[in-house]
Design a protein around this ligand. Structure first.
Ligand SMILES: [Fe+2]
Length: 385
């Protein structure tokens, strides 16, 4: 299916960003893209802290790592962010790779391998992957090429952003006069992307916009305690790493700034011997489905191939050494591969059953945003460094 097919989705929210972005993209003459150089384009700083799964009410064995989510940390230089933007907002990418769904008004997907060599190189760079892996607590690689640099966009006119800033200022004054009795009225809990869990174990969310004057833009997490907590969104050039497959979350709307463009890259464990719970539920409806099935089936079969190669080697060696065949070990291996194949089979739905523009939304009842100081509850913030 061509990407253009994904765009024709009657009844979905109208995109209102197009003129602003087009202006930005065409005014700039794109430089010849240089290769990603970690010494020039990375500005990595350790996150102040990392929230563990147990901190937010989940067992540490819930996912592929005990890590839940990091605080925002600096990752890229301004020059690198500009290069990302040049590639992402180029005419070819904007015209061929823009999609929308019931959960998000504007996304750009599946462009990196074809149109964005700099973005593609960055997310395959060993130094970058090592930083992300250390934060995640497990060695990670990009899940699929299709998931490199997924973009969520929200753009407003200058007038709209200024009017929001004025409104926020008015509300702040009223709030001060009320001594805070009215709560936090300038906050806006309407999401950019509705409640969901990600399809892949880990994501790294990078901010590509200048956040000056921005209010909101946090990620809201549904905790294992049954409440909702907000995690601060990253500033331009900064990123957040989260085990989004296992935590129901949503990106809250940002007010007072002209644009909010985030780059989301999804990861899976590097070792083919570790479990991989990746699914396709949130991405089938917004992807070139043939390409998605190709990449998913290929890497799952590669995992099976590598696991089988190792198992076969050990079977042959044990036999050559005159040992009794380990039937329990063999049955455990076969059960693990059966589960891998069954999950892969379940995720590859017939083409005719895939609804374009449809992403499953998780219903979260009685959403209560907890504003209390959580320092009492969060007892095990892992310090890095
Ligand atoms: Fe997400």
């Amino acid at each position: 299916m061509a990407t253009a097919d994904v765009l024709a989705q009657p009844g979905l929210p109208k995109q209102h960003f197009a003129p602003i972005i087009k202006g930005t993209a065409t005014k700039r003459k794109l430089e010849t893209t240089k290769t990603f150089d970690p010494t020039q384009h990375l500005a990595f700083e350790q996150p102040e802290s990392i929230l563990m799964m147990e901190d937010i009410g989940f067992s540490k064995d819930t996912g592929v790592s005990p890590v839940a989510v990091s605080q925002p940390f600096r990752l890229f230089t301004p020059e690198c962010i500009q290069k990302f933007r040049d590639e992402v907002l180029s005419e070819a990418v904007m015209s061929e790779c823009t999609v929308k769904s019931n959960l998000a008004a504007c996304q750009i997907r599946g462009y990196a391998a074809k149109h964005a060599p700099f973005v593609y190189d960055a997310w395959h760079n060993p130094t970058l992957l090592s930083h992300i892996s250390k934060i995640a607590g497990v060695d990670l690689i990009p899940n699929m090429n299709l998931e490199i640099g997924h973009i969520n966009i929200s753009v407003k006119s200058s007038a709209q952003a200024a009017s929001e800033r004025a409104e926020i200022e008015r509300e702040r004054k009223n709030y001060d006069q009320d001594e805070g009795i009215a709560g936090c009225p300038w906050e806006d809990d309407k999401p950019v992307v509705g409640w969901h869990t990600d399809s892949y174990p880990f994501v790294c969310v990078t901010m590509l916009s200048d956040c000056e004057g921005m209010v909101g833009g946090e990620t809201a997490l549904r905790t294992g305690f049954g409440d909702v907590m907000k995690v601060r969104g990253p500033e331009m050039g900064c990123a957040v790493v989260m085990q989004g497959r296992y935590i129901t979350h949503q990106a809250l709307r940002a007010l007072g700034s002209k644009e909010r463009i985030t780059m989301v890259t999804s990861f899976r464990p590097k070792s083919p011997h570790l479990p991989d719970d990746s699914v396709l539920s949130t991405v089938r409806g917004i992807s070139d489905i043939s390409e998605l099935y190709y990449e998913y089936a290929r890497y799952r079969l590669e995992m099976l191939e590598e696991r089988t190669r190792v198992q076969l080697k050990s079977l042959r060696e044990a036999h050559a050494a005159g040992k009794k065949t380990d039937e329990k070990g063999m049955k455990a291996f076969l059960a693990q591969q059966k589960s891998l194949l069954e999950r892969t089979d379940e995720e590859i739905l017939p083409y005719e059953e895939v609804v374009r523009g449809k992403q499953p939304e998780v219903k979260v009842d009685e959403v209560v945003v907890v504003e209390e100081d959580r320092s009492q509850r969060v007892t095990k913030r892992a310090k890095l460094g």
